[in-house]
Design a protein around this ligand. Structure first.
Ligand code: KIV
Ligand code: ZN
Length: 383
């Protein structure tokens, strides 16, 4: 049996762009949207059209540009938001309106000063109204992570009745444990009568570092869409990282799940987003960090030089990185030194290597990292 496809809903240009200091202008957004389309994301959340004229304009231009992906605009469960979003999406080949409301006790009591029944009614009317403009309507139950499952199931059933095609279950505050979030999705699959008429979507935040784990727990339990961003950028500690969930599915064939993403573009896309947003990627970031395929300890280097798979579970070429890096530090051994010397044209005999290695250790203790030009100098000094 073929693998089931999990849709990738990219929100780099909406949730990602909410990060202070990461604001993009329309032309930068267009460059990123074009790349996301080439990368193979299924849905691009292009912005929150009612929030500002600039955001409205970006959604208009992205709608004109994108060829393959669905283009989505965020709204509150407010008629004017929905009308403005529909207007901004007019030129999209595949438009989607993403509307919703908070469903947790905390949101209902403090944010809306309302009741559960009223919240369901507002959500229902919003979905119905959005359906008058587009067929594809996604409903988000904000703070679903802290919403009681029985109530969440009632909300979902009602929104599907109103015509929602996708139900977004956000862990808005990044609170859930993977087991809890997975249980929540399972509960919805088993208790929402009309669930076969909609797709469940995971939208997880990273406040406890669990966004990726929670999204994976979600798809294992029946969700078929993940909302994520390039480099995991997003509010506070960020959103689920696109590159991580995509590669988890690729590296674990037993999940029997895959995406439409061309993973060879991941590294380059990460760089593009990081440069445009002025947001550096941490070196130890999974998949796309500068050290994700770099080996510096002697034991690991020896293994990788003999066979890459001893210490790497992903072939760097699969994510667009040319090769694994053997970084020379004071923790490196002879095998790594010989390997790097060979790369710059020196095939050292065993005796030569012993001499060069002694000199290398003196250098390496004084420097963080030994570069090619240092190796040349060390070889000249020692043999
Ligand atoms: O985190 C969240 O709940 C959101 C919604 C607006 C979808 O970003
Ligand atoms: Zn969010």
């Amino acid at each position: 049996m073929g693998k089931e496809i999990v849709k990738i809903f990219d929100t780099t240009l909406r949730d990602g762009e909410q990060v202070p200091g990461c604001k993009l202008n329309t032309s930068q957004k267009l460059v990123i949207a074009k790349r996301l389309d080439e990368l193979g994301v299924d849905i691009i959340e292009a912005g929150f059209p009612v929030s500002s004229p600039g955001d409205f304009n970006s959604v208009v231009e992205i709608s004109k540009l994108v060829k393959n992906a669905t283009v989505c605009g965020l709204t509150r469960a407010v008629k004017n938001d929905i009308k403005v979003a529909a207007d901004a999406l007019k030129n999209a080949k595949f438009p989607r309106i993403h509307t919703g409301i908070g469903t947790s006790d905390s949101h209902i009591k403090h944010k809306f000063k309302s009741s559960k029944e009223k919240i369901i009614e507002i959500g229902y009317e919003a979905v119905k109204y959005a359906k008058t403009f587009v067929n594809d309507v996604e409903f988000y139950a904000e703070d679903a992570g802290r919403t009681d499952n029985e109530f969440l199931a009632r909300v979902c059933e009602k929104m599907i009745k109103a015509g929602a095609t996708v139900l977004n279950i956000p862990d808005t505050t990044g609170y859930c444990l993977p087991s809890e979030y997975g249980e929540k999705i399972k509960f919805l699959c088993e208790n929402v009568k009309n669930i076969d008429k909609a797709i469940i979507s995971c939208h997880c935040h990273n406040d406890l570092g669990l966004a990726t784990a929670n999204s994976i727990a979600g798809i294992i339990n029946g969700a078929r869409q993940i909302e994520c961003t390039i480099n995991g950028i997003g509010e506070r500690a960020g959103n689920t990282s696109l590159e991580e969930v995509v590669m988890i599915m690729r590296q674990h064939p037993n999940l029997n799940l895959d995406t439409n993403i061309n993973s060879k573009l991941l590294f380059d896309t990460s760089k593009l987003v990081s440069e445009n947003m002025g947001m550096p990627v941490q070196p130890n970031k999974a998949i796309v960090g500068a050290n994700a395929f770099a080996h510096s300890s002697g034991i690991h280097q020896d293994g990788v030089i003999k066979n890459r798979e001893t210490y790497e579970i992903i072939n760097p070429c699969d994510v667009g990185v040319n090769e694994s890096a053997i970084v020379l530090t004071a923790r490196s051994g002879r095998a790594a030194l010989a390997y790097r010397a060979k790369k710059i044209g020196f095939e050292l005999t065993k005796n030569e290597l012993d001499l060069v290695y002694l000199e290398f250790l003196k250098f390496a203790d004084a420097k963080k990292e030994i570069k090619d030009e240092d190796i040349l100098l060390i070889i000249k000094k020692s043999i």
